[in-house]
Design a protein around this ligand. Structure first.
Ligand SMILES: *[C@@H]1O[C@H](CO)[C@@H](O)[C@H](O)[C@H]1NC(C)=O
Ligand SMILES: *[C@@H]1O[C@H](CO)[C@@H](O)[C@H](O)[C@H]1NC(C)=O
Ligand SMILES: *[C@@H]1O[C@H](CO)[C@@H](O)[C@H](O)[C@H]1NC(C)=O
Ligand SMILES: [Cu+2]
Length: 334
């Protein structure tokens, strides 16, 4: 008798617990809800509101659920690839501007890479263009930052640590034009890998005093096309025995913009922190030491190096000039 009532209480508890467990699973997804572009805030698309009347720079997207197939037709912008009826475009964003994407909640998936892509649209603009027809190049990536694949610190963990935001700087060498920008977080806590991409339309204007550099053919991919379901960075089992000692991770997608024109090879890990006087930076920015030696004038997040850059290279204390890519270094906390 006592035994029977205990077990029915237990099964009721278990039933309640499993119901509760379902709730976070539904909420444990999402996407980019807004942007901050050079200090201007842009509200994004609301996938769970009626499309009628929504007017935003973000491309419509349809679901908080992850895409589970690297070649899914929706992999470009988490939708059918078409613009909204009242589609906007962020105007006149100079190359070199920082763009911050804000996720819908405290992001729940800390294991996996962060990636940001650009794709140039025709001179008529991005609105008429289906995102699946665009050619994308990767301007930012952050994979396994430190530790092992099994329990290390990932780009996704850094995104969460930054209040579930990701800030990327448009390389100053990106040619002026109409662009789509695609922020993506990939989650590896379960397989198949989970893709969460969203896109927005921006007009990029030339950074002054910089020679624009078009992405190379090797740096350009389509979505679908840029990933394969057999990519090592997408099939990796982070709970395997091998993962417990593995400290490198191959970030999926094409080589980073600017990397294929230099001889240095990036091996999947994130950008290396280095001072502006190290050989790694001076190799790619011959002009950085050409001007008179300025000391400590570049503020946090300011540009301090990169190919084609001729401004001051010394960061205000305590910031350290950090290479983002061959074309862009900025002053960041050490
Ligand atoms: C992934 O999507 C492509 C395109 O729709 C489809 O052909 C393929 O069968 C899918 N793969 C899996 C594993 O579902
Ligand atoms: C890993 O990197 C993060 C972010 O830079 C840092 O906070 C953390 O201390 C690092 N952990 C180790 C073990 O180096
Ligand atoms: C963190 O993000 C939320 C919105 O998602 C915002 O309201 C809050 O101000 C942010 N906190 C900080 C410290 O930036
Ligand atoms: Cu999720």
């Amino acid at each position: 008798m006592a035994q029977a009532s205990t077990s029915s209480v237990e099964s009721l508890m278990l039933a309640l617990l499993s119901l509760v467990a379902l709730i976070p699973r539904v909420l444990a997804h999402g996407g980019v809800l807004s942007y901050d572009i050079g200090g201007t805030f842009y509200e994004g698309w609301s996938p769970y509101n009626t499309p009628t009347g929504q007017t935003t720079i973000q491309r419509p997207w349809s679901t908080y659920n992850p895409i589970l197939n690297a070649t899914d037709p929706t992999i470009a912008c988490n939708d059918d690839g078409t613009a909204g009826a009242l589609q906007l475009t962020a105007a006149a964003v100079p190359a070199g501007t920082a763009i911050k994407a804000n996720w819908n909640q405290v992001w729940p998936h800390p294991y996996g890479p962060m990636l940001v892509y650009l794709a140039e649209c025709p001179s008529s603009g991005c609105t008429p263009v289906n995102a699946a027809t665009l050619q994308w190049f990767k301007i930012d990536e952050s994979g396994l930052i430190n530790g092992t694949v099994f329990d290390g610190f990932w780009g996704d963990g850094l995104m969460i640590a930054q209040n579930s935001t990701w800030t990327t700087t448009i390389p100053t060498t990106v040619p002026a034009g109409n662009y789509m920008i695609r922020f993506e977080t990939i989650a590896l806590h379960s397989l198949p890998a989970q893709f969460y991409p969203e896109c927005a339309q921006i007009v990029i204007t030339a950074a002054s005093g910089v020679t624009p550099i078009a992405p190379t053919a090797a740096e350009l991919v389509t979505f679908p096309g840029g990933y394969s379901n057999s990519d090592p960075g997408l099939t990796i089992d982070i709970y395997s025995n091998a993962a417990q000692t593995e400290t490198t991770y191959p970030i999926p997608g094409p080589p980073l913009y600017g990397s294929s024109s230099s001889s240095s090879t990036t091996t999947g890990s994130t950008s290396t922190k280095t001072t502006s006087t190290s050989s790694s930076t001076s190799k790619t920015s011959s002009s950085s030491s050409a001007s008179s030696t300025p000391t400590g004038t570049v503020p946090e997040y300011g540009q301090c190096g990169g190919q084609g850059f001729s401004g001051p290279t010394a960061c205000v204390s305590p910031y350290v000039c950090t290479v983002s890519n061959p074309y862009y270094s900025q002053c960041l906390p050490a």
